[in-house]
Design a protein around this ligand. Structure first.
Ligand SMILES: Cc1cc2nc3c(=O)[nH]c(=O)nc-3n(C[C@H](O)[C@H](O)[C@H](O)COP(=O)(O)O)c2cc1C
Length: 259
């Protein structure tokens, strides 16, 4: 297939979404998408691309001190519902940043499983790298990037384990494969090869059948926010940044930050 100036002129494979097509078209790349045997998209770029030239103008929305809800939880709910309504891929995926005992930053994605006045909840292995870091320094930062809405939400605060009952309730709501996976994976530990993990999964399946109990090393954490910042992209990089600070009496102070 000859190279084309626009993805729209290219016969895109069924699994190349409009989102991909838009991204490439906006970047003015000369590219062709072709299906290959393992169904990944191969992109042939026929023009040298400078990363420094990749830029996007943000013009979808705005945010002001007077518009936002008085509670950041209400504001989060509004934005999260809009992210769901916009059918973003995995709007519930967030970066969780922690800190190592020697003060170095660390980060990974986890899924948010609860957001209310008590905080933001996620589930994981308590003995994983993040679990060990949180045991030593129980503070974290959560970051959502809803790129299609030109939005970012940044949440900082103390991280505590949720109650056993809450972890049990969520664990038992998961598909049985995920419940066994929590037993099979010694999360973050080195393993010689994949077959060892699969063997552990099979062993636990034999031991527990379809009713595994919650592993003691697996459960939830809740980040209780001290600050929450809502970022809305604006033109000319003059973005809106509205930040909530929790006060001693539990109320919130709202301030605008410079972009
Ligand atoms: C979209 C996505 C969702 C994920 N959700 C979770 C999750 O909810 N809990 C979890 O423990 N790991 C989740 N992971 C895997 C983590 O990013 C990470 O690899 C794992 O938790 C080990 O991290 P650690 O070694 O820093 O403890 C997810 C990864 C991705 C890409």
């Amino acid at each position: 297939m000859p190279a084309s100036r626009s993805m729209r002129q290219v016969e895109a494979p069924a699994y190349a979404t409009n989102r991909h097509a838009r991204t490439f078209a906006d970047s003015s790349l000369y590219c062709v998408a072709t299906p290959n045997r393992n169904r990944l998209i191969s992109i042939v770029v026929t023009q040298t691309l400078s990363l420094a030239d990749l830029r996007k103008n943000y013009a979808l929305g705005s945010l002001s001190e007077t518009d936002v809800a008085s509670s950041p939880f209400d504001q989060f709910r509004v934005w999260f519902e809009q992210a769901i309504a916009a059918q973003l891929p995995e709007p519930n995926a967030m970066t969780l940043a922690t800190v190592t005992p020697d003060g170095r930053p660390d980060a990974r994605i986890v899924l948010i499983k609860g957001a209310d006045e008590h905080g933001f909840t996620f589930f994981t292995n308590y003995e994983s790298r993040k679990g060990q870091e949180l045991a030593a320094t129980p503070y974290g930062c959560l970051l959502f990037h809803w790129i299609e809405l030109e939005r970012q939400v940044r949440i900082e605060g103390r991280v505590d384990k949720v109650s056993e009952a809450e972890s049990d309730a969520y664990y038992h709501s998961r598909p049985v494969g995920s419940r066994l996976g929590a037993w099979a994976s010694v999360q973050s530990a080195e393993v010689a090869d994949r077959s060892i993990i699969e063997q552990r999964e099979a062993d636990f399946r034999r031991q527990f059948g379809d009713a595994p109990p919650r592993p003691p090393h697996w459960g939830g954490y809740r980040l209780v926010p001290e600050t929450i910042e809502f970022w809305q992209g604006r033109e000319s990089r003059l973005h809106d940044r509205i930040k909530y600070f929790r006060l001693a009496d539990g109320s919130w102070r709202v301030a605008r930050l410079s972009p």
